[in-house]
Design a protein around this ligand. Structure first.
Ligand SMILES: C[C@H](O)[C@H](O)[C@H]1CNC2=NC(N)=NC(=O)C2=N1
Length: 99
């Protein structure tokens, strides 16, 4: 099922419901830098997020150093941001709250 690429207004209103997520300047991805108490919590978050990503068949671009996880979400097959990116973002928020 091909996901519809969202326009800037739809992205902005969805971002308003999430904490600290931003739209990249080129409008092609949403991003957040998560911070945890240490590496164990960061990695536990990544494990939980990885399971959510598999359930959604939608996968993050991310970068981890110690307690920080920089996340970038985009839908490669659509060439931009879709509803799936927001579903994964919400799952990540839930995983982060559990840490
Ligand atoms: C074949 C498989 O369904 C695709 O490669 C999926 C997997 N995960 C994906 N994740 C993301 N972020 N974008 C995609 O287009 C995508 N496509």
């Amino acid at each position: 099922m091909k996901q519809e690429k969202l326009g800037k207004e739809a992205i902005t209103s969805s971002l308003a419901m999430l904490e600290d997520w931003t739209l990249e300047d080129d409008g092609l991805a949403i991003a957040k830098s998560f911070k945890f108490k240490g590496f164990t919590d960061a990695f536990a978050f990544m494990s939980e997020a990885a399971l959510a990503a598999e359930r959604l068949n939608h996968h993050p671009e991310w970068f981890n150093v110690y307690n920080r996880v920089d996340v970038r979400l985009t839908t490669h097959s659509s060439g931009g941001v879709t509803a799936l990116d927001f579903r994964l973002a919400e799952a990540m928020e839930k995983a982060a709250r559990e840490r």
